[in-house]
Design a protein around this ligand. Structure first.
Ligand code: CTP
Length: 403
């Protein structure tokens, strides 16, 4: 899955011959899972039609402040367009537009949108070789880079003038991979490895029965997704669950019992920088597992259970550089109990779920949590979706490991 998947990308097209390639660029961005809208300068329309671009992007294309064809002229809100965008890609960026961007000239919708946009801006210059090397163009590049905009350098090759040299807009494939790599390279957890446990464990009684719990695994899978979206390589050790992880940075290690989870976690712990144990591990397991299915010969059946190994506590004992996070599900004396676990298990952070809060807990899509860290800082959150809780948790961890 591309890092661009789900992102809102605004493509700004200006009036250069390379504009004909933007049909393919829109196609590639849409294929990568992005939502694409196009804003173009009036001059760009001489090189490619808005109809082509709106058909490919599945959105109306904007090029002026009002819809000219509409009697009751509707204002095209450049501020909304700018705010909608997660990324603004200006390709091709002519020398003229680059100069306007550098100097804040606001004489068309694209420029007004550029000045309103708060998102990262990429620009792919396209012009003839001498224009590309001209002092004033180089000055525009410098100013725009100082503004924090990212330049996708032009390529060398045959130019529309017939001359050969630098100035040809980067090919659409190159533009897409440049943006993807740039985003990936800037992700805060790039190069970090995160270990996560999720779901329930099943403790076998006989070949067909087990002791389990109602954990859905949703919280752990959301945490894995949030960590991967921030660039981390994730090892997700999961008990039996229907959840699916579809991120290239997430490796799922399926396990069944608490003992299997313990072994898998210990296999990876040494290599990770962060471990988040959100699984609902069985605290007890049958002492003996019957080899044959247990028959109902008696009126009562007594199972002898023994304690499972506390995986989280075992990591707390051996941790060195790792940032260790545990979960606590409490019904009474919540804060005190959670603080006790944080200390006893030698954690950096504990996430408290209160069973007294509506919408918090095992099965649903929402959770209400409180973070308690090793410095005794307590942060209480509103009821949120588990995806949002996961993002809050990863942000907290990033702020701690960067500190
Ligand atoms: N945990 C674990 N291994 C176990 C049991 C729990 O790793 N065998 C982890 C869970 O993943 C969670 C935290 O420990 O991060 C929960 O701690 P625990 O003390 O088990 O909490 P409770 O189940 O609430 O314990 P108690 O019943 O003692 O309150």
């Amino acid at each position: 899955m591309s890092i661009l998947s789900g992102k809102n990308i605004l493509l700004g097209i200006t009036g250069g011959i390379a504009a004909y390639k933007t049909a393919w660029l829109v196609r590639l961005l849409v294929k990568s899972g992005a939502n694409v809208k196009v804003v173009m300068t009036p001059a760009a329309k001489d090189f490619i039609t808005p109809l082509t671009l709106s058909t490919l992007s599945k959105h109306p294309v904007h090029s002026s402040f009002t819809n000219e064809d509409d009697e009751n002229a509707v204002w095209n809100n450049h501020v909304d367009l700018g705010l909608w965008a997660d990324l603004f890609v200006i390709a091709p960026a002519t020398a003229n537009t680059l100069s306007k961007m550098a100097n804040g000239v606001c004489d068309n919708l694209l420029m007004a949108t550029y000045l309103s946009a708060k998102c990262p801006v990429y620009f792919a210059p396209a012009m003839d070789l001498d224009m590309y090397k001209h002092e004033s163009t180089l000055r525009s590049f410098k100013i725009l880079k100082n503004y924090g905009n990212t330049m996708i350098p032009a390529e060398s090759g045959e130019l529309a003038s017939g001359l050969v040299g630098e100035g040809r807009m980067a090919e659409p494939e190159a533009i897409v991979s440049y943006i993807e790599n740039d985003i990936l390279g800037k992700l805060p957890l790039r190069g970090k490895k995160v270990l996560i446990t999720a779901g329930p464990t099943y403790e076998a009684i006989d070949p067909v029965r087990f002791i389990g719990n109602h954990s859905s695994g949703k919280m752990g899978f959301e945490i894995a997704k949030a960590a991967a979206n921030l660039g981390a390589k994730v090892v997700l050790v999961s008990g039996p669950t229907h959840q699916k992880a579809s991120h290239s940075l997430i490796e799922v290690i399926p396990v069944t019992s608490a003992q299997e989870m313990y072994e898998a976690v210990h296999q990876y712990f040494e290599t990770v920088g962060v471990a988040i144990l959100s699984a609902a591990v069985a605290d007890f397991t049958p002492k003996e597992v019957a080899q044959q299915k247990i028959k109902k010969k008696t009126d009562t059946l007594t199972l002898e259970l023994t304690k499972t190994k506390d995986i989280l506590a075992s990591l707390g004992e051996i941790k060195k550089h790792q940032y260790l996070v545990g979960f606590a599900l409490e019904t009474d004396n919540e804060l005190e109990n959670a603080k006790g676990k944080l200390k006893k298990k030698n954690l950096n952070l504990i996430v408290l779920n209160s069973l007294n809060d509506k919408g918090a807990g095992f099965q649903g899509d929402t959770n209400k949590v409180t973070f308690i860290d090793h410095k005794d800082q307590i942060t209480e959150f509103e009821l949120k979706s588990k995806a949002e809780v996961a993002v809050d948790l990863m942000n907290k961890i990033i702020s701690e490991i960067d500190a």
